[in-house]
Design a protein around this ligand. Sequence first.
Ligand code: PLP
Length: 388
Amino acid sequence: MQRIYLDNNATTPVLPEVFEAMRPYFGEHFGNASSIHHHGQETRAAVEDSRESVAKLLGCHASEIIFTSGGTESDNLAISGLVDAGDQVVTSSIEHHAVLHACKHLEELGCEVTILPVDGRGLIDPADVRRALKPNTKLISIMMANNETGVLQPVDEIGKIAAEAGVYFHTDAVQAAAKVVIDVKRIACQVLTISGHKIHAPQGVGALYVRKGTKLRPMFFGGRHERSRRAGTENVPGIVALGKAAQIAKQGLDRGDEKKMSALRDRLQQGILTQIEDASISGQGAARVPNTTNIRFDHIEGESLVIALDLKGLAVSTGAACSSGAIEPSHVLIAMGLRSDQAKESIRFSLGKQTTDADIEFALALVPETVARLRELSPTYRRATVSS
Ligand code: PLP
């Protein structure tokens, strides 16, 4: 069966060039990057080359990059590394759980956490950020792009507010990296998170940008890896892959590849909206990353639609999470003002570098008939069509 993958915000396939770049580091070049002999020097050089490539993607100096195990670790390191008991952290209701749960943990340790709302488009108002600041504010943590809707937050403005107030600014750029140009100087953040598996490198590797001079308390204690900021023998193959993926991402952004991606995404979105009535986009009206669209189909359980599409070969996702056996609606869509039943009617389509015109055609042929079939089975749809 043909299988089309439009769930790249969950994870992306490793690009063949990325896989080829990392392959020798499982075999021939196996040294520990801390060893002083030839084998160690070889892998150390590869790690440092990757650091340069990641730094180029983010517009910073290589010494400002710490390699980690992924987005979750980078978010946790950024947040727990900058805040002490009694400090206030300002964040938003649409952050990834890697940020929200890290903040919740800090609250248990005696920090004050302020969670800002978003508007119907999923946007944080910088004026709310400014109003939330207090004498004990230490950190603002607001994501660059949302994983469920793709909505881009006004991080440049928020960075200015943080700088004026003299507080740290962290941004989770996991879903922005490789999709939009990131310049840490323009954002004026002290810490910024990226993850390998969202940019066509493997799962289990990521990075944290830490601006020179920022005093970050480590989370792990051990050897003096990563300038004593992240102890633990480096994941050399993963780091090499992240470096290669960052290089490819930078080349793509320099060529303007994201325009092609947003054209594909727009075609998918438009095709769905013209063929299916009672469908709407969450986050419309806000700037979004070029690969994501989150569409709500009235009267359908998103979960049923994901399963029905998967049976026909199309992989997409709901933002919903399964907790203790029950499907919880997406906290992001709820924060944007959707009712719980509406949030559960939503599906996220997310494209990757490998997505082709043919993939979009496949989705456009499949989604309308599947939605129509599920609506026929939906009691709320039947009631709505009988009464109209
Ligand atoms: N932040 C955002 C916005 C994400 O989308 C994700 C993953 O979905 C993460 C953080 C966590 O990254 P990782 O899976 O590398 O731990």
